[in-house]
Design a protein around this ligand. Structure first.
Ligand code: URA
Length: 185
């Protein structure tokens, strides 16, 4: 689906293609550099994102920011979006049918941005964008070539907040991502 940013924003704002359209406060389309070489994709907005309309502004987002800073990736140089643009009630996992209707907006964002690297934040995003059988504990940090871009997945920042022992793996993966970014630049 070829759209301009304005067309995408207008389509998202009016979207009622799944029941989440009726419960959202704000649609959360994406944020950051529209010319980014690297794009991060989470699963769905949480309460803070639904309130502000901006992805990854809550606790998980702040944790992600620490890793970006630690490996020298500026937040202004990345674009961040989610598989779903509306918040699922009580932060439950996005349903397959919600993903099926919403994924076109993410595809459109990828077409407009044309990043060199896509980083899936967590299992849900990795299963949707890399492989339905993706196992995050085994396959995090591994790069795959898909079409014009390189894609990998890391632990979701919320998972790191629940289990700090995963932070070390996350730091290693993020350093490898920064190295890949430098190589491709
Ligand atoms: N978790 C996500 O997956 N996305 C957000 O935008 C916030 C929290």
């Amino acid at each position: 689906m070829g759209m301009t940013w304005e067309e995408l924003e207008s389509a998202c704002s009016g979207c009622q293609e799944c029941p989440l359209g009726g419960t959202r406060t704000n649609i959360v389309i994406g944020t950051g550099n529209r010319n980014a070489d690297i794009m991060f994709v989470g699963e769905a907005p949480g309460a803070d994102e639904d309130r502000t309309g901006i992805p990854f502004v809550g606790a998980a987002g702040k944790h992600l920011d620490k890793f970006l800073a630690a490996v020298g990736i500026a937040r202004e140089d990345v674009y961040i979006a989610n598989i779903l643009k509306c918040r699922p009630p009580n932060n439950r996992d996005p349903l397959p049918e919600e993903q099926d209707v919403c994924i076109k907006y993410l595809r459109c964002q990828v077409k407009l941005i044309r990043p060199k690297i896509i980083v899936c934040l967590g299992r849900i995003s990795a299963m949707r964008l890399i492989d339905p059988e993706f196992r995050i504990t085994k396959m995090h940090g591994q790069f795959f070539k898909k079409g014009d871009f390189h894609i990998c997945a890391v632990y979701h920042p919320s998972a790191l907040l629940r289990d700090a022992s995963k932070n070390e793996d996350m730091y290693r993966d993020m350093k490898a991502i920064k190295k890949k970014l430098d190589e491709l630049a």
